[in-house]
Design a protein around this ligand. Structure first.
Ligand code: SAH
Length: 348
């Protein structure tokens, strides 16, 4: 079977091609064609010897996910259901902020973390995504953006789609290397965010990677009692372990994390919870991003009303926490993680 060129970071590809007797710069040349000139026909790669172009065409492919469904929101948000080579379907979202085009990328087919409020977990993990399937999500969005009246490109990436990225660590890191590579998509490290439900050893490893990439932690609870109820991962790694890993990360990476906190009515949105949260995260000096909950029919949780959100926000501010409220996109389409997929499945 042909290997997908989009699966390799440049150093990996270079090592592979050197084994075939090529010069190390061959990988850089290829990257320029496939990522910067969008050429996928090997015969057009004019600075590569004719017989080697043929060899490449015989041994490599440049397969991208196919668009199965596309939803466009009035605010410009695009939500794609993509079909992979084995027929698996994944979601990818493009959000338009004033500072750029943000792609929300999935990292697995389904997810095993079982968070009680999340639509993605309605389907158990089937498999990890390959690096090419993650890079492919960005490339497909870039193709759509190129066709717009004012051609654009993905400028920011958040790994916040379906899946737990730290349960697919190596592939996610290869993907990040490629999108960050100046010879590939050249998306700046500070424009890339990985979001995890909190796996301590991977948080530490990520801190040692030397990459200046943002890390977001899905916290969603101010104490173990509540977190155990809504996020099963907390039973394996309670808050004490998670916070220790976050502090190690911050020391090694020299960067602060962002804690994501979904406000669920009557569950974690009381002022006492804000007080506990402020105390819990004080040693980390981290940011908090409050997330309006997208209700998922199957789960029965309700979003906190505006009054509860602003009270929670003010309480955190008063306690010196650096807090923001996440803007919402695509509320007229199936915006919650995994909602579009879950609906497709229900139709079957
Ligand atoms: N597994 C990773 C990344 C995917 S989830 C993680 O846990 O961070 C991305 C973010 O969306 C997480 O913070 C998750 O808790 C949140 N999320 C899941 N379902 C949601 C919903 N229905 N409404 C709002 N946010 C949701």
């Amino acid at each position: 079977m042909k290997r997908n060129l989009y699966d390799y970071a440049r150093e990996q590809l270079s090592a592979l091609l050197v084994l075939e007797g090529q010069k190390p710069y061959r990988a850089t040349q290829l990257f320029k064609w496939i990522y910067q000139k969008n050429i996928t026909d090997f015969s057009l790669m004019s600075d590569i010897a004719q017989n080697y172009r043929e060899h490449l065409a015989d041994n490599f492919c440049l397969t991208l996910p196919k668009i199965a469904t596309m939803q466009k929101s009035a605010d410009g948000t695009i939500k794609l259901l993509l079909e992979l080579e084995d027929g698996a379907k994944i979601e990818t979202v493009l959000m338009r902020y004033n500072y750029g085009n943000v792609a929300c990328v999935s990292s697995q087919v389904g997810c095993n973390m079982g968070c009680k409020f999340c639509a993605s977990g309605l389907l158990k993990k089937k498999r990890n995504l390959t690096p090419s399937e993650m890079t492919g999500q960005v490339l497909v969005l870039n193709q759509l953006l190129l066709l717009e009246e004012v051609p654009g490109r993905v400028s920011h990436v958040v790994v916040m789609g379906t899946g737990e990225p730290f349960d697919n660590y190596d592939h996610v890191m290869t993907f990040i290397q490629t999108i960050n590579d100046p010879h590939a998509l050249a998306i700046g490290a500070r424009h890339i965010t990985v979001s995890t439900c909190g796996i301590p050893d991977k948080i530490r490893l990520y801190g040692q990677s030397g990459l200046q990439i943002n890390l977001a932690i899905s916290l969603h609870a101010p104490n173990d009692e509540i977190r155990n109820q809504i996020m099963p991962i907390n039973q394996a790694y309670p808050l004490k372990d998670l916070m220790a890993a976050v502090q190690d990360y911050e020391k090694n990476a020299g960067r602060r994390v962002t804690f994501e906190y979904i406000l669920l009515s009557g569950i974690n949105d009381q002022e006492e919870h804000a007080d506990q949260l402020a105390k819990l995260i004080r040693p980390t000096f981290a940011y908090v991003n409050l997330i309006p909950y997208n209700e998922v029919d199957e789960h029965g949780f309700k979003r906190s009303n505006d009054r509860a959100v602003s009270k929670f926000f003010s309480r955190l501010k008063k306690r010196g926490v650096n807090v923001t409220i996440r803007r919402e996109f695509g509320s007229d389409i199936d915006a919650a993680c995994g909602q579009l997929r879950a609906k497709e499945d229900a139709k079957k």
